[in-house]
Design a protein around this ligand. Structure first.
Ligand code: SF4
Length: 406
C-alpha cells in the first residue's frame, strides 16, 4: 500500500514518528517507505523537511502525478485538504480512516461548575451525576499519561475552567511537557500570574461589550469587572517579549447580539488582542434531546443573518488589521464529510468520557467509551471510533453530525 501524507509540518512529523515506532497496533503500516510524498496547501510549510521528505505544494496536478493508494490527512485544515484532493479527482474512499497515531489535539473539560447560567448553554441539561464535577489531578495525570505525543491541549468544556482549584497545576504540567495549552474563560475570575506564565493562549468569551446586554446574555455577569480582568491579562501580555501569550476575544454572534459587533471592534482597539474570533451561533443538540427545538431555532436565526455577519467580519478585518489584530470567522457551513475532529482531535469530559468533539459533548447522548475506566488508546483505535470515522467520510447519516452546525 502506498500512502500520500497530506499534512502540516508538526502534524506530519507526528505521523511519521508513529509509523517508525514498529508498534503492534500499526502492524500493517510500519514501513516508512510506504509514504510516497508529503504535501500541504499551507504556503509557509512548503519546502520544509519532515525527516527525509520535502513538503511539496498540494496542487491538483501534483496530486494526480504522485502514485498513492491511500491518503492520510494530518492537518487541522481538514476541509481545505479534502477540497484540494477532490479537485485532483481523489475519491473519498482513498482517505485512510484506520488511523495509527494518537490525536494531535485534546480538549479536556476541567469542570462542569459554572458561576453563570447562560440561556444558550447546554450545561443546564447535565444529569445529576455529571453536574458540578471537577476533573481532579489524579484523573488529569491518568489522561495525560496515555497521550505521550499530543501537541495541543485546550482546557475547556461546559463549565468555567478557572473554578477548578487545580487548573493552575494542570497548566504548569502541560507547559513542562511543552504542550501548547489554551483555556477559554468567561472572564469573571481574576487570572493568577502563575497561570499566565504557563499558558500559550488565553481566550476570553465575550458576547457583548454593552453592560446591560451583557447581563441579559450572561445572567450573573458584570461587564465592568470582566473588562478589568481582561485589562490585567492584556497588560501582562504587553510586557512579554519571549514566548508571548496569545490573547483572543471570542464572540459568539447570534440574532440577539449581532449589533454589538461594533462595540467589540471598539473594545478591541482599546485593548488590542492577537486575534478576534467571530463564531456564528450553532445548535449543540441533536433531535432526540430535550431543548432541541429551541436550540435549533436559536441557530437558524443566526444562520438567517449570516450574510450581514460576514460583511461585518470583513469590516472588522480591515479596521482591526491596521492595528495588527487578526480577525477569524467560523460560520455555518455543513461540517459532515469535511470535519477534522474524528481524525485529529478528541474531547474528554471531566469524568473521562470520550465524545467526538466539543459540539456533541454530552456523553449521555453519545460517547465512544470512558478512558478513566478503560484505555484511551483502545477507544481511539476501537471499532466504534473507526465506524464513526467511516461515517464521517461517507454521505450516509450517523445521527450525530448530520445537521452540524445547525
Ligand atoms: S458534530 Fe460531527 S461534524 Fe460536527 S464538529 Fe462534531 S464531529 Fe464534526
Amino acid at each position: 500500500m502506498r500512502y500520500l501524507l497530506y499534512g502540516s509540518q508538526g502534524f506530519a512529523e507526528h505521523v511519521v514518528d508513529a509509523l517508525t515506532e514498529k508498534n503492534e497496533q500499526f502492524a500493517s503500516l510500519t514501513d516508512r517507505s510506504q509514504i510516497t510524498a508529503i504535501v500541504d496547501h499551507e504556503l509557509s510549510q512548503l519546502g520544509r523537511q519532515v525527516r527525509e521528505f520535502t513538503v511539496q505544494e498540494a496542487t491538483p496536478r501534483l496530486l494526480r502525478d504522485i502514485p498513492f493508494d491511500k491518503v492520510i490527512i494530518a492537518t487541522l485544515d481538514y476541509p481545505k485538504a479534502i477540497e484540494q484532493l477532490q479537485h485532483s479527482g481523489c475519491t473519498m474512499d482513498k482517505i485512510e480512516t484506520n488511523l495509527f497515531w494518537e490525536p494531535f489535539f485534546l480538549q479536556m473539560e476541567p469542570t462542569t461548575y459554572c458561576n453563570y447560567s447562560c440561556g444558550s448553554c447546554s450545561r443546564s441539561m447535565l444529569p445529576p451525576g455529571r453536574a458540578n464535577h471537577h476533573l481532579n489531578m489524579e484523573d488529569f495525570y491518568s489522561v495525560m499519561g496515555q497521550f505521550p505525543r499530543v501537541k495541543r491541549v485546550q482546557l475547556q468544556g461546559l463549565g468555567e475552567p478557572l473554578l477548578n482549584p487545580s487548573l493552575s497545576r494542570m497548566v504548569k504540567y502541560l507547559r513542562e511537557r511543552n504542550i501548547n495549552t489554551s483555556i477559554t474563560t468567561n472572564g469573571s475570575i481574576k487570572i493568577q500570574r502563575e497561570m499566565l506564565d504557563h499558558l500559550d493562549k488565553l481566550i476570553f468569551s465575550i458576547d457583548s461589550t454593552e453592560p446591560e446586554r451583557f447581563q441579559q446574555l450572561r445572567p450573573g455577569g458584570n461587564w465592568t469587572k470582566i473588562r478589568a480582568h481582561i485589562a490585567e491579562a492584556w497588560a501582562y501580555r504587553q510586557k512579554q517579549s519571549e514566548r508571548p501569550l496569545r490573547l483572543v476575544y471570542n464572540f459568539v454572534v447570534s440574532a440577539g447580539n449581532h449589533d454589538d459587533m461594533d462595540g467589540l471592534c471598539y473594545f478591541a482597539t482599546q485593548l488590542p488582542p492577537d486575534e478576534v474570533h467571530i463564531h456564528l451561533a450553532e445548535n449543540w443538540l441533536i433531535s432526540s434531546q430535550e431543548g432541541y427545538k429551541n436550540s435549533r431555532f436559536f441557530a437558524e436565526a443566526a444562520f438567517a443573518i449570516e450574510e450581514q455577519v460576514i460583511d461585518k467580519v470583513e469590516t472588522l478585518r480591515s479596521l482591526l488589521g491596521q492595528i495588527g489584530v487578526t480577525v477569524t470567522y467560523t460560520g455555518g457551513q455543513r461540517r459532515k464529510e469535511a470535519c477534522w475532529w474524528p481524525f485529529a482531535g478528541i474531547f474528554i469530559s471531566c469524568d473521562g468520557y470520550v465524545t467526538p468533539c466539543c459540539i456533541r459533548m454530552h456523553p449521555e447522548v453519545f460517547h465512544l467509551g470512558n478512558g478513566l475506566s478503560g484505555d484511551f488508546r483502545q477507544i481511539w483505535f476501537g471499532e466504534k471510533y473507526q465506524s464513526f470515522r467511516q461515517g464521517m467520510v461517507s454521505s450516509s447519516e450517523n445521527g450525530i453530525c448530520d445537521d452540524c452546525p445547525r
